[in-house]
Design a protein around this ligand. Structure first.
Ligand code: R7I
Ligand code: MG
Ligand code: MG
Ligand code: MG
Length: 351
């Protein structure tokens, strides 16, 4: 048997992979109907179904780089991680990368990684990208920082994001996703209080979003974007089952920008801890992915972020075995989770 925390590490990385693989067919498509999604998951759960596995996309390709870099370097080393992103992209460029981040990879390569943070800082006329590409790959940082201080987790998540996403919304979305996975890992099983979960994240994001000396805010720019989004999540939770997908799209967003997807993933996790109308399954982990995909828009990324939070809370035992078989490179996710867990244990025993 796998020890409890190791099972949560596995659940986290497998949840991220599964959200990406199972959500990808719907990315950018018109929202799928309840009957389409119920039959999609019912069919995939059929043990006799023989179909090719579903491929992972850029979300997982980059997350694997984050995990492997932390494992090899036993910590965050910016140069190594940037090199892995670039090597991965040029080896398999057709994984569905965002249309602007590819310029960062080209510039990193062209400048021979001299200043690994410089190319990202030049995106979008020097404002940096607010795409969700930092957040989508962040889960391994939360696992690695499982026993770290909050400041260490926040700083590492931000630095990792800055390799490609220099916009405040881009890196703070990455920090929030990390904090959510971390909070899920720390929440005792069967002890999830949805309101408390979100309130804890609000308290932390109030500190994170407090403008510091090197924050560039435009005149009149709202500094507490994520705090406000999380407050909307609390509002939606209060409305329970009367919340429909249009309302989630309108209030939280379902697109490729970090500020319109990270809070959506967190809402998917908390909402799916209870039954949801039109979603057939009794399994809360599966319900999280199903619900995230049902929102439409950036389905692979929102399901992947939600899946990593859900997996960190419920653990690998809750992940349906019949669904696992459909994910490309499942064994790698499990191995990386175990290696990260061993690393965290080794760090704890030497400090
Ligand atoms: O953030 P990124 O890595 O893309 C991730 C998404 C996920 O959904 C993946 O599954 C994949 O499909 O792509 O890549 P970027 O190219 O940095 O950002 C993605 C997109 O966000 C950009 O191509 C822009 O359309 C938009 N975007 C911005 N638009 C205007 N102004 C990001 N930042 C800005 C901005 O500052
Ligand atoms: Mg993708
Ligand atoms: Mg894509
Ligand atoms: Mg996506």
């Amino acid at each position: 048997a796998v020890e409890a925390m190791a099972g949560r590490f596995r659940g986290c990385l497998v949840g991220a992979l599964m959200g990406d693989c199972l959500g990808a067919p719907f990315e950018g498509e018109p929202r799928a109907s309840p009957s389409v999604l119920n039959s999609y998951f019912r069919r995939l759960n059929d043990p006799d179904l023989k179909v090719p596995y579903k491929q992972y996309t850029d979300d997982t390709a980059m997350m694997r780089c984050v995990a492997l870099s932390l494992i090899e370097e036993k910590g965050y080393v910016a140069q190594d991680m940037a090199k892995r992103f670039v090597k991965e992209f040029y080896a398999e460029p057709r994984r569905g990368y965002g249309s602007n981040v590819v310029d960062v990879f080209a510039a990193l390569r062209a400048t021979k990684f001299r200043d690994v943070y410089a190319p990202a800082a030049m995106q979008f006329n020097g404002r940096g990208s607010y795409g969700n590409g930092g957040a989508m790959r962040a889960a391994p940082i939360a696992l690695f920082c499982h026993n770290s201080t909050m400041q260490e987790l926040v700083d590492t998540a931000k630095d990792m994001a800055l390799l490609t996403h220099a916009n405040r919304l881009g890196y703070n979305g990455t920090v929030l996703q990390c904090l959510a996975v971390h909070e899920a890992l720390q929440t005792p099983k069967n002890d999830l209080n949805c309101v408390k979960f979100v309130e804890n994240l609000i308290e932390k994001m109030k500190q994170v979003e407090k403008p510091g000396k090197d924050d560039i805010l435009d005149e009149g720019e709202e500094p507490f974007v994520y705090v406000k989004k999380l407050e909307r999540v609390l509002g939606l939770l209060e409305c329970k089952d009367s919340v429909d997908t249009d309302q989630v799209e309108e209030e939280l967003g379902v697109d490729i920008s970090a500020h319109k997807s990270v809070a959506t993933a967190i809402y998917s996790f908390v909402r799916a801890s209870c039954p949801i109308p039109n979603i057939e399954t009794e399994n809360e982990f599966q319900r999280t992915l199903h619900y995230a995909v049902s929102l439409g828009g950036d389905t692979d990324t929102i399901a992947s972020m939600a899946g990593s939070i859900a997996g960190a809370y419920y653990g690998i035992e809750k992940v349906p075995k019949n669904l696992e078989r459909h994910c490309e490179a499942l064994a790698d996710a499990i191995e990386q989770a175990d290696q990260l867990h061993n690393l965290v244990k080794a760090r704890a025993s030497t400090s």
